[in-house]
Design a protein around this ligand. Structure first.
Ligand SMILES: *Cc1c(COP(=O)(O)O)cnc(C)c1O
Length: 346
């Protein structure tokens, strides 16, 4: 096989959902936006539904409509971006629940789909989506009269449990939902880990399901094995790759492997990252190019067939640190060229 192989462990995703679910007594949903963080919502969501998830979250109505085809009628599919102009047919047809973010969205929803379920998203301080306290105060009674399925907000700093923003948002959410009998929902993965006062009725983890920080107890979900295309010997003074950024200082053996930044292997991670041959780390030599990476395999003593970039010992978060980004971006950048193998999930 000439393309790199991305293996996605559905058992690990299910185990991560169960572990997060076991941390509290509230219901646990699953966030599967952006195609389940790049891992394929069509494969991931049915496994979580079978494990007991009754409620799913996506970013936009189109994702929700696609997910409905996969999951059938028995689960709630909630849309963070709410009811956008032109979405009524998708929302109505697929039975999606928009999280209404503004008075404008409330009016649009009531006019286009009277009686159709909806949730409300409140802004508790992140200033991204949701109604602000004054806006909410103005429409709250009207909205609550129509029995929203959910009243939610989102935490800006939940991956930093000691950040004062967390308590500030918790307080703001409590104030805005005082006396509300509709189910309440605040916690993402980081929020779940901060403890039961953040859980309310429903939690909505994303990254933790897929093996990423801040869920340190997560099982690794993805491995990426890249085929060796060619090996060669360098004499001291010879260079590797664009801009001559690696120079051999000893007799050196270089393997050229078949993946690059076009596959989401962010160029900036090169100098700090390695690939593994049966667990033995081999440094990346020179620049990561579009489809190829040079690797110093001198100390390995043999030519491997594959080298592993991602796995239990070098995780998405390790690569994220090496590239100056977050695990979420590593996952959602994973390329379309990989051969994908799904294991477990039965
Ligand atoms: C993406 C997202 C989540 C999931 O967050 P994680 O940090 O991945 O657990 C939850 N809520 C909202 C509003 C989101 O946008």
């Amino acid at each position: 096989m000439s393309t790199a192989l991305l293996t996605i462990d559905l058992d690990a995703i299910r185990a991560n959902w169960r572990a997060l679910d076991a941390l509290g007594t509230s219901q646990t949903a699953a966030v599967v936006k952006a195609d389940a963080y790049g891992l394929d919502a069509g494969r991931v969501a049915p496994v979580l539904a079978a494990a007991g998830a009754r409620s799913f979250f996506v970013a936009v109505a189109e994702e929700g409509a696609a997910l409905r085809k996969v999951l059938g009628p028995d689960v709630a599919i909630n849309v963070f971006s709410g009811h956008m102009a032109g979405d009524a047919e998708l929302i109505g047809g697929a039975g999606l629940v928009p999280m209404l973010n503004s008075v404008d969205q409330m009016i649009r929803h009531a006019e286009a789909l009277p009686g159709h379920p909806f949730g409300v998203q409140l802004d508790s301080g992140m200033n991204r989506l949701g109604m602000e306290p004054s806006e909410w105060a103005a429409v709250r009674d009207v909205a609550l009269d129509q029995s929203p399925t959910l009243v939610m907000s989102h935490l800006a700093c939940a991956d930093e449990p000691d950040h004062p923003m967390n308590l500030q948002q918790l307080q703001a959410f409590r104030e805005m939902t005082e006396g509300v009998t509709a189910p309440l929902c605040l916690a993402n993965t980081g929020g779940i880990l901060m403890g039961p006062e953040y859980h309310f009725d429903l939690t909505r983890p994303g990254i933790g399901l897929y093996g990423g920080r801040p869920f340190e107890g997560a099982r690794a979900v993805v491995t990426l094995d890249i085929p060796v295309i060619q090996c060669r010997d360098l004499t001291p003074g010879e260079t590797v790759g664009y801009a001559n950024s690696f120079t051999a200082t000893r007799p050196t053996r270089i393997a050229t492997i078949g993946a690059g930044y076009a596959d989401g292997i962010i160029r900036a991670m090169g100098p700090r990252s390695h690939v593994l041959a049966d667990g033995v780390p081999c440094p990346i030599a020179g620049r990561i190019s579009m489809d190829l990476i040079g690797v110093d395999i001198t100390d390995l003593g043999h030519d491997p067939e594959h080298l592993q970039l991602l796995g239990p010992t070098q995780t998405v978060d390790d690569l994220a640190d090496n590239a100056g980004t977050i695990g979420y971006e590593i996952l959602t950048s994973l390329g379309a060229r990989y051969a994908r193998r799904y294991v477990g999930g039965a």
